[in-house]
Ligand binder design. Sequence first.
Ligand code: UTP
Length: 298
Amino acid sequence: MTPRIRKAVFPVAGLGTRFLPATKTVPKEMLPIVDRPLIQYAVDEAIEAGCDTLIFVTNRYKHAVADYFDKAYELEQKLEQAGKEAQLALVRNVLPSHVRAVFVTQAEALGLGHAVLCAKAVVGDEPFAVMLPDDLIWNRGDGALKQMADLAQHAGGSVVAVEDVPRAMTSSYGIVDAPDFDGRSGLVHSMVEKPAPSEAPSTLAVVGRYVLDSRIFGLLEETKPGKGGEIQLTDAIARLLQEQPVRAYRFQGTRFDCGNHLGLIEATIRFALDHEVLSSGAAQAMRTALDELGVVEH
Ligand code: UTP
C-alpha cells in the first residue's frame, strides 16, 4: 500500500498565450468560471483528496496567484466593519486553516516536466499529485483526484488520469498504451507525447491529473527537451513505468479544457446551470441569447 498523498503541485508558470490579450495582466488561472477563479476549483479538488500542502509553480509575472491565496487584511477589515459576513467568509475560505500554500518560481518556461521538477525540494520523498488547473473536472460525486488518490493508495504505484479523445485529436495529448484497460483502469505499457493519429497506440489521452511517485524527479532531471523543445512530463513518466506500475485511470466526471476559448465557455455554461442561485437566470439568459441571435440548434 502506498502512503496517502498530502502534497499537490500546481504548475501555473505557462504563458497562457491562447488567452491574450487578457493574460497580458491576468493569469489564465485567475479567469473566473461563474463566481470563482479557475485555480480555486483545482485547489478545492486537491483538498477534498486529502492534500494539505499546495505547491504553486509560478513565474515572476504571476503575483496575482500568490496574492489570491494570501491574507487580505485591509479587505477583511473593511468587510468586517461593513457587516458583510457572507463576503468575509468567501474571502477567508479561499484556503482552510489546515492547508498551507507554498510558492516556487520557474525562472524560464521550459515545459511542464521542468515546472514539476521545480517543486522537488518541497515535495521531498513522498508520492504527490500534479494538477493542471486548465483541466476543470465537474462531478457530482468524489472529485477526480480523490478517485485517483484512492486507487494509488490501494493499488500502489502511480496513476495518470485519462479520457477517450477522437483519433484526430491524439496529436494534442500524451497517449497511453494500456492493453489490459478494463474501461476504468489498466496498467500503462508505454506512453507517447502528442503522436500523429496514425502513430497513436490508442485514443486514451492523459489529462491534467497525476498521482506520482517521487522517483519521477530523478527521471525529470535526466529528461532532455522533447516535443516542442520542452521538458515533457510524459517523457519522464514513460521511463517511470519501466521501473514501477503506472496505471491509467478513467475518472468519473466531465472535463472542460479551459486552456482554450470554447472549453472555458462550456465550463461557464455548465457551472452556471448547476449553480444553486444563478441556475434559472442563466438558463433564461441562454434561451434569450439563442432566440435573439437566431442561433439554430442542430
Ligand atoms: P499549456 O500547454 O496549456 O501552456 O501548459 P500555457 O502557457 O499555460 O498556455 P498557452 O498554450 O500558451 O495558451 C499546461 C500547463 O503547464 C503549465 C501551464 O501553466 C499549464 O498549467 N506550464 C507549462 C508551466 O508551469 N511551465 C511551463 O514551462 C509550461
